[in-house]
Design a protein around this ligand. Structure first.
Ligand SMILES: Cc1cc2nc3c(=O)[nH]c(=O)nc-3n(C[C@H](O)[C@H](O)[C@H](O)COP(=O)(O)O)c2cc1C
Length: 187
């Protein structure tokens, strides 16, 4: 059976470039199933709300992650770090401490920016957060996409640059293999 990949985009912006990368992935590699997991309606993390299953949006969000074989995070960088909306979403997926959906979940990280440095600092913080949640973050490949405005088509909302499409395809291919490796570890 094909693997189920959850995609979390760390930007809520309507014309998000990172969302455009997410939009393109299914056509680059059709051997997996992809599901966009929205973080737009999650409340700000508050332990007072984090009782039982928590608010409905949180419950559905956690269930969506639970059902996946792995999650791909595609995110911009804000002020040299992780966007607040993404940190909030990862915090909600990190509780309850012993049964959180991110525990032992394979995870990959991709990021794009109009700038020159490809979201290096943001990705460092995302990896640090994922480590804390006991996710299995793919260590071997990193994918930093710079000058993204030259590499997308605003009309189709897709990634068009041939080289970058190849990099993304290769990253997702390796991520599918990473899921197999993690599953062997779990046995
Ligand atoms: C508050 C804020 C801080 C930003 N800080 C950075 C940064 O540190 N590094 C960077 O490469 N781009 C930074 N940017 C520019 C973003 O990369 C750019 O807005 C990008 O398009 C956001 O991703 P999106 O298109 O997926 O929404 C920042 C943008 C905002 C709004």
């Amino acid at each position: 059976m094909s693997k189920r990949i959850g995609i979390i985009v760390g930007s809520l912006r309507e014309n998000s470039f990172n969302q455009m990368i997410a939009n393109t992935i299914p056509e680059l590699l059709d051997s997996a199933q992809y599901e966009l997991i929205s973080i737009a309606n999650l409340p700000l993390y508050n332990a007072d709300l984090d009782l039982g299953d928590g608010p409905d949006t949180v419950k559905h969000y956690r269930e969506a992650i639970q059902k996946t074989d792995g999650i791909l995070i595609i995110s911009p960088e804000y002020n040299s770090g992780i966007p607040g909306v993404l940190k909030n979403a990862l915090d909600w997926a990190s509780t309850p401490t012993k049964t959180a959906v991110l525990i032992h979940k394979p995870a990959g990280v991709i990021g794009a920016t109009p700038g020159a440095k490809g979201t290096i600092l943001s990705q460092q913080q995302i990896r640090q957060t994922l480590d804390a949640t006991q996710s299995y973050v793919m260590p071997a490949q990193k994918l930093y996409i710079s000058q993204i405005t030259d590499k997308i088509d605003l009309t189709t909302q897709k990634l068009t640059d041939a080289t970058t499409r190849k990099y993304v395809q290769r990253y997702v291919q390796t991520f599918l293999q990473w899921i197999d490796q993690v599953n062997l570890l779990k046995e």
